[in-house]
Design a protein around this ligand. Structure first.
Ligand code: LP5
Ligand code: MN
Length: 240
């Protein structure tokens, strides 16, 4: 049956090759018969500019996507909180089209809203402040103008600070805020919602204004990853 695949939060890095190997196998063996593949953010552990493509690791990942795209499978990428600096060069070399967050798609006649998911975590005020800073165009231009080693140092520093901050944050604060989910579903006319980011894979049901909406949360690939397969009958998570 015609189907579409969704993945997110792979957090690929050269020093943790298992997820990269799993992705290469997924792109070669699982993805070719699909109608499209969507990567909903955090493909990389972090991305500090498209000059990262000088690194053979990043080039290998881009080339694997490109092979699938050249084989006729449309590929889409949405920025995550770790790889919001992926730009047009990466898009070109990987054959992926960059999507806005959020994006509505019509999936086998079911209106479906795609997001990374971080904007749904609206109670995490510290994170939202950080997000506003790094998503600012002027900030990004200034950051990208710095030498690669300095950017890498800043990213590692930010990662350390983020891990420390998370240790003292309430688990509920780091999950989606139900009122924000409801508002997003309402403003998009009660679609199905697919997102990643929280690393809490599940299928949720939300009743908003008397309308039942399904929300699928994608898994990370730190441990046993999975992809979401959607067809005309619905969606299901499949372990990789
Ligand atoms: O990523 P994850 O899932 O572990 O945690 C997120 C939120 N954290 C982040 C921060 C990223 O991990 C940092 C790495 C991004 C690299 C990108 C490119 C380089 C940018 C360089 C930046 C200077 O997204 C975390 C949420 C959590 O999700 C759940 O939703 O809670 O948010 C935080 O922890 C944010 C902290 O509360 C506050 C910000 C700490 C970072 C401060 C950076 C200061 C700059 C230092 C530079 C020298
Ligand atoms: Mn994320």
């Amino acid at each position: 049956m015609p189907h579409t695949l969704f993945i997110s939060d792979l957090h690929l890095a050269p020093d943790t090759p298992a997820a990269s190997e799993a992705l290469l196998k997924f792109l070669e063996q699982t993805a070719p018969p699909s109608d499209a593949v969507y990567v909903l953010g955090d493909l990389f552990e972090y991305w500090i500019g498209d000059d990262g493509l000088e690194h053979p690791f990043a080039r290998r990942i881009a080339a694997a996507f490109r092979k699938l795209s050249d084989g006729g499978v449309p590929l889409y990428f949405m920025h995550g909180n770790r790889d919001f600096l992926i730009g047009e060069r990466f898009a070109r070399e990987s054959g992926m089209k960059i999507l806005e967050d959020p994006t509505m798609v019509n999936l086998y006649s079911r209106p479906t809203l795609l997001m990374h998911g971080d904007t749904l975590c609206s109670d995490d005020l510290e994170y939202q402040k950080f997000r506003a800073m790094v998503r600012n165009r002027a900030w990004q231009q200034a950051f990208l103008a710095k030498p690669l080693v300095e950017r890498a140092r800043m990213a590692q520093d930010a990662r350390g600070q983020s891990e420390q901050a998370k240790q003292v944050k309430d688990l509920a604060i780091m999950d989606v805020a139900p009122a924000t989910v409801a508002a997003v579903l309402r403003s998009h006319a009660y679609p199905r919602l697919i997102h990643g980011h929280t690393h809490r894979p599940a299928r949720h049901e939300h009743v908003v204004d008397g309308r039942l909406c399904e929300r699928w949360v994608l898994a990370d690939w730190y441990g046993q990853g999975s992809y979401l397969l959607c067809d005309a009958a619905g969606c299901r998570a499949v372990p990789i």
